[in-house]
Design a protein around this ligand. Structure first.
Ligand code: NAD
Ligand code: WQD
Length: 366
């Protein structure tokens, strides 16, 4: 039996586009809804260039429930949702928290209501390691397992933690409702995927991260330094209790993240776990200095940096314990940090304008 169609919200964004590609490659039909707030429709052509298939695209805001209803009505073959659409800038979330709660929390409520009306019962949700907050307050919980108490420290993180609760309560209510009607209710399932630090691009060099504004994450910023759009990288603090004084993160290749979504969706279909959270990380922490070195190696020259003070809200160490995903889903990150750096460099150097330019011919011929 061929799998049903998957609705991918935020599917023209960074992680969503790689997941859409992986779904198409696995034989799923893909329907994307995105309002293009932080992405470009051009990515749909790149997906087609790579796999020969194009997702069905609807320019829809997830906070518009009536429009979501129209998409479900137009595509009755949708049987599951992967929900990426969100605002994601931590700093900005402290300035305009209401926008963050509106898009991330209210948008999810609209989606769940619309899904329920159309009897779509499975959802995979993009959560974040940011829900753990400063996990170093539990020293025996580094690397971080899913049972580490959560404690987000900013509105973005709190919006993600709230959505985890909203989804959990909704799935439980739907299961109870079904049981009260004499049915099993086991078709109602949700995967909460807590990603650590996504990194890298497609090895072809024609798909990558292309945010609409100025990047603020470490690797895209290093990319800007490498192509001369930025003079140097500012290293936020070298007085952390790590091997070289800089903070530790778990950088995971975006293609590994994408495969995690497919495996989680399969798990929901076959094992009916109810609601379950899984960390998606490699289990290996890297310092900022290590990342500068790894990306410099990919570029082939040393990249300039300057150490400045710590960034407000940063924590020493966010490294995943991915054992639960390894054991329960049979998922494991396969790609290395070197892969992520090399793929990112291929993307950045060949597409300095991201999706606002055509990919070079030699990439298309490769
Ligand atoms: P992204 O900004 O590239 O993708 C998000 C997409 O959602 C964009 O295409 C944007 O246009 C769309 N969107 C925003 N508001 C919308 C709305 N109201 N209606 C419809 N579409 C809307 O971000 P990403 O890095 O691909 O992140 C995807 C998901 O993963 C987000 O939920 C994010 O919070 C989560 N996440 C990201 C990271 C990270 O560091 N990139 C880490 C952990 C979790
Ligand atoms: C990584 C490391 C910085 C920029 C963020 C969100 C998190 C998740 C992933 C969505 C840190 C250091 C960075 C720079 C630097 N997103 N750094 N100079 O902060 O770990 O996580 O993205 O869910 O919620 O908070 O990622 O890439 O910004 O930083 O020294 O110019 O690089 O201090 O140690 P972060 P990042």
């Amino acid at each position: 039996m061929s799998p049903g169609a998957v609705l991918v919200t935020g599917g023209t964004g960074y992680i969503g586009s790689f997941t859409a590609l992986a779904l198409l490659e696995a034989g799923y039909e893909v329907v994307i809804v995105d309002n293009l707030y932080n992405s470009s429709q051009e990515v749909l052509n790149r997906i087609e260039l790579i796999c020969g298939k194009k997702p069905d695209f609807y320019n829809v805001d997830v906070t518009n429930e009536a429009t979501l209803d129209k998409v479900f009505a137009a595509r009755p073959d949708i049987d599951s949702v992967i929900h990426f659409a969100a605002l994601k800038a931590v700093g900005e979330s402290t300035e305009i928290p209401l926008e963050y709660y509106r898009t991330n929390v209210y948008g999810t409520i609209c989606l769940l209501r619309s899904m329920t009306r159309h009897n779509v019962t499975k959802i995979v949700f993009s959560s974040s390691a940011t829900v753990y907050g400063d996990a170093t307050r539990f020293p025996d919980m580094i690397p971080i397992p899913e049972h580490c108490p959560i404690g987000p420290t900013n509105p973005y993180g709190r919006s993600k933690a709230t959505v985890e609760t909203v989804i959990t309560d909704h799935i439980e209510a739907q299961r109870n409702k079904a049981k009260s009607e004499g049915k099993s209710g086991e078709e109602w399932n949700a995967a909460i995927l807590r990603y650590f630090n996504p990194a890298g691009s497609h090895p072809s060099g024609i798909m990558g991260e292309d945010p609409q504004g100025v990047p603020y994450n470490l690797l895209p910023l290093l990319g800007h330094v490498a192509v001369g759009k930025r003079e140097k990288l500012l290293v936020f603090g070298d007085d952390y209790a790590s091997s070289d004084g800089t903070a530790i993160r778990d950088y995971i290749h975006v293609m590994d993240l994408a495969s995690g979504h497919l495996i989680a969706l399969d798990h929901l279909r076959s094992k009916h776990p109810g609601v379950r959270a899984w960390n998606l990380g490699t289990g290996k922490g890297s310092t900022v200095f290590h990342m500068i070195k790894a990306f410099s190696n990919a570029v082939g020259r040393k990249l300039p940096y300057e150490v400045v003070g710590r960034r407000a809200g940063d924590v020493l160490d966010l490294t995943a314990n991915p054992t639960r995903a390894n054991q329960e889903l049979g998922w494991k990150a396969e790609k290395t940090l070197e892969d992520a750096c090399e793929d990112l460099w291929r993307w950045v150097k060949n597409n300095p304008q991201g999706y606002r330019q055509n990919p070079p011919d030699f990439l298309l011929e490769a």
